[in-house]
Design a protein around this ligand. Structure first.
Ligand SMILES: [Zn+2]
Length: 388
């Protein structure tokens, strides 16, 4: 038995005005200081006030949000007693809000205890959750996964449960307009990696395939435009849609090897998530190679590219992704990323251990052993195509 879970998705110009239609009394807005400074929270409050909803703002969510921040939010939420939680931000903000909402509604379940095997969380009684995306990458507005950091224990917590999916996802391109080119490019690579891995992992399915392919097509066309000109609103809108579509696609299948290696790299070198997973994507496609050759070919054809005689679709697709990354000025190797070789060597065991322990690894169509994982990192360091 499988599930396909999605929120109500409100997209396109003026999608934010969906907030003015909410029924309720009070909202708890979860965000970060940068979003407040951009003036986006004023717009959100304005819409909520049209619905007669008063709001309280919690703007302390940091990148890679900590369990400790979530705790602070929960305690304020419990005082304010909102009937709506409104997350406004990128993946970190939305993840923090999802976790806060669970513990606010179910004080008997701690945020860090969220797991796929709890059935009947029974959310939506005390409050509902709206996620307003301000980046076009994680798709967190439509997913039911949360990543938190326990700073006391120095560990990452990956929490998943299909019931924590937001009630409403707002995908309004105007909210993405302020993203600088560097964030547009690396979050865009995250969306691409979600779509490619959702389409090629071992849990891929009929409900997610079409979404993933469409997201890939949109990203190849519109990501370079959105990076080049942040005011190209057609490109912003298509990328905002693509990230959400890829989010729905991968969360109902799963992400795989590029996420395992990317998470590992990010934990050691603090590389932004999208940059890390996007960098590994072409290497992992080459590594998985034959095991998914037909699927790589499907993606290649959907991009209106050809596989020349004697060449493999995996290498054509890997090259197309490297060309895209080059166009949007994303690094193609760990060396280009600026990691010194002695740091790579001294961290190698940790990088291997992190990768082997990552939950995304299990759905990879080819799972590397320790020796192969080390080679993957070394090839990605040098920018060498995978030949093993
Ligand atoms: Zn991702």
């Amino acid at each position: 038995m499988w599930y396909f879970v999605v929120p109500e998705v409100v997209f396109g110009q003026d999608a934010l005005s969906r907030l003015a239609e909410l029924k309720g009394k009070s909202a708890f807005i979860v965000t970060d200081k940068n979003i407040v400074n951009l003036g986006l929270i004023d717009k959100v409050k304005e819409q909520l006030s049209q619905a007669g909803i008063t709001s309280k703002v919690f703007d302390e969510v940091e990148p890679d949000p900590s369990l400790q921040t979530v705790r602070k939010g929960i305690s304020l939420m419990s005082q304010h007693k909102p009937d709506w939680v409104v997350a406004v931000g990128g993946g970190s903000v939305m993840d923090a809000a999802k976790a806060m909402r669970v513990e606010y509604e179910r004080p008997d379940i701690k945020a860090e205890e969220i797991n796929p095997f709890i059935s009947d969380l029974g959310l939506g009684i005390k409050c509902k959750l709206v996620c307003v995306a301000t980046t076009s990458g994680t798709g967190a507005e439509a997913t039911f996964a949360v990543v938190l950091t326990d700073t006391a224990d120095q560990r990452k917590l990956s929490l998943i449960n299909r019931e924590i999916v937001p009630d409403i996802a707002i995908v309004d391109p105007e909210l993405a307009r302020a993203m600088p080119p560097g964030i547009t490019s690396n979050t865009g690579m995250d969306a691409l990696t979600h779509a490619v891995e959702g389409f090629s992992c071992t849990w891929k399915n009929d409900f997610t395939d079409g979404l993933c392919i469409r997201a890939i097509q949109l990203i190849f066309v519109y990501l370079p435009r959105a990076v080049k000109d942040g005011n190209d609103m057609e490109a912003r809108e298509k990328m905002h849609n693509a990230a959400c579509i890829a989010g729905i696609g991968f969360i109902n299948a799963l992400a795989a090897l590029a996420h395992a290696t990317g998470h590992s790299l990010g934990a050691v070198f603090h590389t932004p998530h999208g940059r890390a997973v996007g960098l590994f994507l072409p290497y992992t496609i080459e590594f998985i190679g034959e095991a998914r050759e037909e699927l790589w070919a499907e993606i290649v054809y959907s991009l209106k590219l050809e596989v020349p005689k004697g060449k493999k679709a995996a290498s054509v697709l890997a090259q197309a992704i490297r060309d895209l990354a080059r166009t949007i000025k994303e690094p193609l190797s760990l060396k280009e990323l600026g990691i010194p070789s002695d740091k790579l060597n001294s961290s190698m065991q940790k990088l291997i251990d992190n990768t082997m322990a990552d939950g995304s690894l299990i759905v990879s169509a080819r799972v590397p052993n320790e020796e192969e994982t080390e080679k993957l990192f070394r090839y990605a360091y040098e920018g060498k195509s995978i030949d093993f």
